[in-house]
Design a protein around this ligand. Structure first.
Ligand code: ZN
Length: 349
């Protein structure tokens, strides 16, 4: 598991575990893994979102209005593009034997990616909770609009940052307005959009590789059933807690495979925003987690028995791989750090 937020072993079987946009691949994996209850978004919801997004996009001012059909097709393709990137990152691992099944899904009971061994399939399943992607995208959009904008844009940015933090830390399962807020943020400034989406994809990729690290390094218990998760992440259970050492080892595995994608930048750029300037993505993700816990006064999650504190994990990664990070990455990280520090002063004092 990525951060200290732990499945609650209890009876939650009747509840919906998943909600929101769910493609066929994810749906099939989840059904086969024993998750039978989820609520897919209705076609009407999807159509309305796309129409709203198209309207916002007109404001960007290049005279181009996207075709709703194109947007729908791109949304469908997007998920499989990420799967392809992840497969590339693990191109030198798992030459033989079954690898975990992977589902990107909106999970109602956790805002974080996790891996567990499916009792039914006798095979590990990685659930990539898209709330984590939304947390990174929302906070990065928010922070950069706050830092770069003035007047209304500054306020929009700050509010988006705060609401993204709250959603992630409290794991608010309500289908809220975050999609619309993000869509609005995405049409204010194309450079910031490229950066925020690229960084969210990068952090999501690294989070996936962290979970695969638990599998590769044999951290998984032999069988477990995910019955439910605590809404606020405070419940404790025994089976998915690996301990600090295992988390650091999974972090290192994930960072190594993530950095291993850098030589493939030109190839990846045909499909997603990717490049050495975002090689600090895991570090930035840890800093955002630390900020989020403090903003919500969740010191229990900051100092957990299962996971080292986020900044400690960032420090360990920097100590082991800092010299492998690129000049572009360091430049961008300098730009980021200044603005992050400013928002911390503004919000935390
Ligand atoms: Zn973990």
């Amino acid at each position: 598991m990525l951060v200290p937020e732990i499945p609650l072993l209890g009876k939650a079987k009747e509840e919906n575990h998943f909600q929101g946009l769910l493609n066929d691949m994810a749906r099939n994996i989840l059904i086969r893994s024993g998750f039978v209850s989820f609520t897919p978004s209705s076609d009407t919801d999807v159509a309305q979102f796309i129409e709203h997004f198209s309207g916002l996009w007109e404001r960007v001012g290049d005279g181009f209005t996207p075709n709703p059909q194109d947007i729908k097709r791109q949304m469908d393709e997007y998920e499989s593009i990420l799967y392809d990137v992840w497969r590339l990152a693990l191109r030198n691992d798992f030459a033989s034997g079954p690898t975990p099944l992977v589902a990107q899904a909106a999970v109602t009971r956790t805002a974080n990616p996790l891996i567990f061994r499916s009792h039914r399939l006798k095979r590990p399943v990685v659930i990539m909770a898209i709330e984590f992607w939304l947390f990174i995208a929302g906070t990065v959009f928010g922070l950069l609009h706050w830092a770069e904008g003035s007047g209304e844009r500054e306020t929009v940015g700050k509010n988006l940052f705060i609401s993204s933090v709250k959603r992630w830390v409290t794991n608010d399962p309500n289908p809220s307005t975050i999609g619309r807020d993000l869509a609005e943020a995405a049409t204010l400034d194309l450079d910031i959009s490229n950066y925020a989406v690229g960084l969210a994809d990068a952090a999501f990729t690294w989070a996936f590789l962290h979970e695969m690290g638990h599998f590769a390094l044999n951290h998984l218990p032999t069988a477990e059933v995910m019955r439910g998760m605590s809404a606020d992440g405070t419940a404790t259970a025994t089976s998915i807690v690996y301990g600090h050492e295992d988390e650091l080892a999974a972090d290192a595995f994930g960072f190594d495979r993530y950095l291993g994608l850098m030589p493939l930048t030109m190839e990846l750029r045909q499909h997603i925003r990717f490049g050495p300037q975002i090689d600090h993505a895991p570090i930035v993700a840890f800093e955002l987690m630390d900020f989020a816990y403090r903003l919500e006064s969740r010191y229990d999650l900051l100092n957990s028995s299962s996971h080292p504190a986020p900044l400690e994990r960032a420090k360990v990664l920097m100590m082991s791989r800092g010299s492998d990070l690129s000049e572009e990455g360091c430049d961008w990280y300098g730009y980021w750090s200044e603005r992050l520090a400013a928002l911390q002063v503004e919000l935390l004092g």
